[in-house]
Design a protein around this ligand. Structure first.
Ligand code: F0G
Length: 459
């Protein structure tokens, strides 16, 4: 079917969920009541919810069937062994520690290896990852290549780590670095992939400095697909084979199964190091649960096990990456400034370029996200100065970029939903000059402010 342009969703719809149309006046009132923060909306008031691709996807028939096999034994459940087998088929680490979601894995790991005076490099820390590093008193440093900081730069692997910068950091602060992290795909940088060549280079640097390499692997299957279609010499490999090579280059991982686990909840922490794993398991028992279920029910472990088998299939990944690019290509053709090339799980609107009259400290991304909701009931997410501009010492500075992420839940919306999104974004972009900046109302939240801050228009 290579010669047809239409992207075929490789599934039929088996159960439908209603979504509700609202009027512009209703949406205006709803967002006003939410303090101009899209996290504060009642989701029934959202028509197309592109807030996140995390836990919002549709599960397959076979995942729902697997849920019926869920065994809720406290210890040693067969569902745990099904989960363990599916995880280690792709990620053969010696220790797999289930958690209720990705940030629980981060919290446990950084509680063990972080702490005051430590520094954790990453291509770009996601917000919860940064917050979990900083919560231990450690410092989170972003070392993505220069192209990864430039929304319009063309590069097939904009998530790559700047190898020279990593070496410089390790020379200067080697003893303070407990672990080197790489996020695949680099969510905060636009959902951009990391190449195998770059992972091999990071591994080589880690070996030279005696440092463990961990992957934040939330979107590993999408990253592997980009490797398959973009990296020289990788086209004939299977996705599981590429994933296993990524695993072989790393010493451990954190994972949110809410992304490429194709599940609505779940995650894990995995590693080879016996000593760190033992310390992590002790914390797990304190905060999440017994090591054979973590924070999950047996049925969740089953859903993840089946999801991991589905997420590495070529038809799924081709549809996933092509359908995300479809949104990007149409908005690009309409002249909307975007992060290029298109990421795997989301299209990122460049709000700073679209709204040059709104300074970064008046949150152009937030202003654009609010406008998309009021115009068409679309909920995106600011990834910019609201999310990243606030520092532990209370100061504020512009983030690298001011983006609005339109994240695409997996297997959830059809092409006509996306065609509608294209129309709404195009109309809002045409009226961009009329949008105004925002400021954060008092009281200001102390951290992770994008979740709870309320906003008011700048006079
Ligand atoms: N790492 C990355 C790269 C992520 O994108 C996320 C979550 C996490 C870690 C944390 O995982 O949500 O299961 O605790 N990202 C979601 C998002 C929330 O919308 O991008 P979690």
């Amino acid at each position: 079917m290579d010669h047809y342009r239409t992207i075929i969703e490789p599934f039929r719809i088996h159960a439908v969920e209603p979504i509700r149309l609202t009027t512009r006046a209703e949406r205006g009132a709803a967002i006003e009541a939410a303090g101009l923060n899209l996290f504060g909306l009642h989701a029934d008031d959202v028509l197309i919810d592109l807030l996140t691709d995390s836990g919002t996807g549709a599960m397959s028939r076979d995942q729902w069937a697997a849920i019926q096999h869920g065994d809720e034994s406290y210890a040693g459940s067969p569902s745990w062994f099904a989960f363990l087998e599916a995880v280690t088929e792709l990620w053969p680490f010696r220790h797999v520690i289930p958690t209720h979601q990705g940030r629980a894995a981060e919290k446990i790991l950084f509680s063990v290896v972080g702490g005051p005076g430590k520094v954790i490099p990453n291509n770009t820390h996601f917000d919860t990852t940064r917050a979990n590093v900083e919560a231990t008193g450690a410092e989170a440093v972003d070392l993505v290549i220069a192209e990864g900081r430039d929304p319009s730069a063309a590069h097939p692997f904009k998530g790559n780590v700047d190898i020279a910068a990593l070496e410089t950091l390790l020379v200067a602060r080697g003893p303070d670095v407990p672990v080197v992290f790489v996020t695949i795909t680099n969510n905060s940088g636009g959902g951009q992939p990391v190449s195998l060549a770059n992972l091999r280079a990071v591994r080589e640097v880690c070996d030279r400095f005696g440092k463990p390499l961990f992957l934040d692997a939330c979107r590993f299957a999408e990253n592997a697909w980009f490797i398959k279609i973009r990296e020289p010499g990788q086209a004939d490999r299977t996705v599981p084979d590429i994933v296993r090579e990524m695993a072989s280059l790393a010493d451990g991982m954190t994972m949110s199964a809410k992304k490429d686990g194709l599940a609505n909840i779940g995650g894990w922490l995995a590693m080879d190091d016996d000593v760190v794993a033992s310390a992590c398991r002790n914390l797990l028992i304190l905060t999440e649960g017994f090591p054979t279920y973590g924070g999950l029910a047996g049925r969740d472990l089953e859903a993840i096990a089946q999801g991991l088998r589905e997420v590495v299939q070529d038809d799924y990944l081709n549809y996933r990456i092509r359908s995300t690019a479809y949104l990007g290509e149409a908005l690009d053709a309409a002249g909307v400034p975007l992060v290029r090339p298109f990421g795997g799980h989301a299209i990122y609107l460049d709000a700073r370029a679209l709204l040059p009259h709104i300074p970064p400290l008046q949150y152009p991304g937030q202003a654009l996200a609010v406008a998309l909701y009021v115009e068409g009931g679309i909920r995106g997410c600011e990834i910019g100065t609201v999310m990243f501009g606030h520092h532990p010492d209370g100061s504020e500075s512009p983030a690298e970029m001011d983006l609005v992420r339109l994240a695409i839940p997996r297997r959830t919306y059809t092409q006509s939903h996306i065609d509608y999104v294209i129309e709404v974004v195009t109309r809002v972009a045409a009226g961009a000059a009329d949008l105004r900046g925002l400021r954060i109302a008092e009281p200001r939240p102390p951290s992770l402010r994008h979740f709870t801050a309320t906003f008011e228009p700048v006079a």
